[in-house]
Design a protein around this ligand. Structure first.
Ligand SMILES: [Zn+2]
Length: 222
């Protein structure tokens, strides 16, 4: 999607959509299912070039909705039309996402489920094909984008060619490997570096979304 089209669509949604409607807006079940199938194929390494293109479009849609929701909330905060109570309800409305874990943020990029469009996934940190355990000690919550970008990888190469394992939220502390600076996730270690790169944390749109959410105190934590 060209960036002018992207920006126009975000502006349109921010201008025209009521806050509660945009926050409630989620993919239809069939669209979520299609995305699940698509990301499953890509994660398994069997994705066709067409599927890869379709996935990148879906990720742009994810960014578009995340940014529109965050900007819409910011607009309401700065030019309130709703009462404080209505604003709180609408801006923090938790959609009907069934959470099977106590976590509500992506354990990789810290995006909250409420601020996403496609559902977050509870998935294996170490894929089954690499002998990962089947229990909760090997499960983590991740946003749609981190989940698909991580795939079934366990490690990645540094620019100098060293193989480094990816961040493991079950074994490692997020704050030991990353910190947030102005919407950017800054790696503090080699593990942080390879994870940041592989999961594309600092894509310009993701940084902009985080910066907007931070103004609303919705990122990195509540
Ligand atoms: Zn994430």
């Amino acid at each position: 999607m060209r960036s002018e089209v992207f920006d126009e669509l975000v502006d349109f949604l921010v201008e025209k959509m009521p806050l509660d409607s945009i926050n409630l807006f989620r993919p239809h079940k069939s669209a979520q299912k299609r995305f699940d199938t698509l990301s499953g194929a890509i994660k398994s390494g069997s994705g066709t070039p067409d599927q890869h293109r379709a996935l990148e479009l879906d990720i742009q849609l994810e960014h578009l909705m995340q940014l529109a929701k965050a900007r819409r909330a910011l607009k309401e905060r700065d030019n309130p039309r709703l009462s404080r109570h209505e604003y709180e309800l609408a801006a923090h409305f938790t959609p009907q996402v069934e959470q099977k874990t106590r976590q509500s943020r992506c354990e990789y990029c810290l995006l909250h489920v409420d601020n996403a469009y496609y559902a977050h996934y509870v998935d294996y940190v170490i894929a089954q094909k690499h002998g990962g355990a089947k229990g909760s000690e090997n499960l983590a919550l991740s946003c749609a984008e981190c989940n698909v970008r991580k795939g079934t990888d366990l490690s990645s190469l540094t620019p100098s060619g060293r193989l480094i394992t990816l961040f493991n939220p079950r074994l490692q502390r997020w704050g030991a490997h990353f910190r947030v600076e102005g919407g950017t996730i800054e790696p503090l270690t080699r593990i942080g570096e390879v994870t940041t790169r592989l999961l594309d944390f600092n894509n310009a749109r993701r940084v902009e979304i985080r910066r907007t959410l931070a103004q609303l105190k919705l990122y990195p934590g509540r």
